[in-house]
Ligand binder design. Structure first.
Ligand code: AVI
Length: 325
């Protein structure tokens, strides 16, 4: 029983293009200039991110995979209710990690519906096909769109208890205020009986962290630069990619790992009819990948009224999936 929720795509595309344009223009008129890493994920960006996850330096995926693959029973014991429920995954992508939990639950004969939410219809249909093949008895409802709109939609489709997954350390790509309002919105959209699992990348040896985002092969650099290519294509801009260079920092005190693009020359770039001036060595702030201490996690989630009721770390203790109630 598989459904693909397809909204009016042209309408969505028009609206999201307008949002993209205004976000880019506002960001580039800021000081310092800023672009949002949520726009990294066009088709090429999705592919480069797959390459990142396969890099030996990029430990995050391997750590969380270790949890889902080798600690599946522990996860299930902490997270899964006795009664029928909906398992909702925010930003499911290809469900590489969660499919271990899905398989485990299906094998146990657990009564649940899997509802992956993703902004990319492309990745959802790939996931849909994969699950149809691998776990034909699993009930799946794919929801394409923004997290909270689709969470609303999930509630309108079913009144069962919810278990919400937000994996991959994605919460680290929000600044502190955004992460707080994300938790608050989650709290508002759920009821007391619901459970949440959030993946946090933990503070660790600063070299390990910096290396994961500063690979010598330049894959992370191309991930950042690809956003300029996307702006060229989608917004009719004329960025010369050669004139920008990726620069990565990690501050072990705050736990903020940040990426920038540096303008190598003084230059003017047209975005449609709008001109943006870059001074030599001027930065574009591209992405934060926040690393957390246990104390920071507790502070963040408890502010919005959640309680940490359990946690599972990978065998190295580098990444944690926190269970919230
Ligand atoms: C998706 N997100 C959790 C990744 C991260 O680690 O912050 C995105 C990424 N950026 C550079 N490498 C990976």
């Amino acid at each position: 029983n598989v459904q693909l929720d397809t909204n009016s795509h042209t309408e969505i595309n028009q609206q999201s293009l307008a949002n993209f344009r205004s976000d880019v223009m506002n960001g580039l008129r800021n000081s310092p200039k800023k672009l949002s890493s949520k726009y990294f994920y066009d088709k090429a960006g999705d592919r480069i991110f797959q390459e990142i996850m396969a890099m030996p330096e990029y430990y995050l995926t391997k750590c969380e995979l270790d949890i889902f693959k080798n600690k599946t029973k522990e996860l299930s014991d902490l997270l899964i209710p006795d009664e029928s429920f909906d398992l909702i995954e925010l930003g499911a992508g290809d469900a590489m990690k969660s499919s271990y939990l899905l398989e485990y639950l299906v094998e146990k004969g657990t009564d649940f519906t899997y509802m992956p939410i993703d902004i990319s219809g492309n990745i959802l249909s790939v996931l849909n096909d994969k699950l149809k093949n691998k776990l034909p008895e699993l009930e799946v409802i794919c929801l394409e769109g923004e997290y909270f709109e689709m969470l609303d939609k999930a509630s309108s489709l079913s009144s069962k208890r919810k278990v919400v997954l937000f994996l991959g350390g994605n919460i680290g790509n929000m600044n502190w205020e955004e992460a707080e309002s994300f938790c608050a919105a989650l709290q508002n959209n759920l009821s007391k009986r619901d459970m949440v699992l959030i993946g946090f990348d933990l503070m660790k040896n600063p070299h390990t962290i910096l290396n994961a985002y500063n690979d010598i092969t330049g894959i992370t650099a191309s991930f950042n630069l690809n956003l300029l290519t996307r702006i060229n294509r989608d917004l009719g801009a004329n960025f010369n990619i050669q004139n920008f260079q990726h620069y990565q920092t990690y501050d072990p005190v705050s736990g903020a790992c940040r990426s920038y693009l540096v303008s190598l020359i003084s230059q003017e770039v047209m975005i449609g009819n709008d001109k943006i001036y870059f001074a030599e060595n001027e930065l574009i702030d591209m992405e934060v990948s926040q690393k957390f201490s246990d104390k920071m996690i507790k502070e963040l989630v408890e502010k919005s009224g959640f309680k940490v009721v359990g946690e599972i770390k990978d065998s190295k203790g580098w990444f944690v999936d926190s269970v919230l109630e």
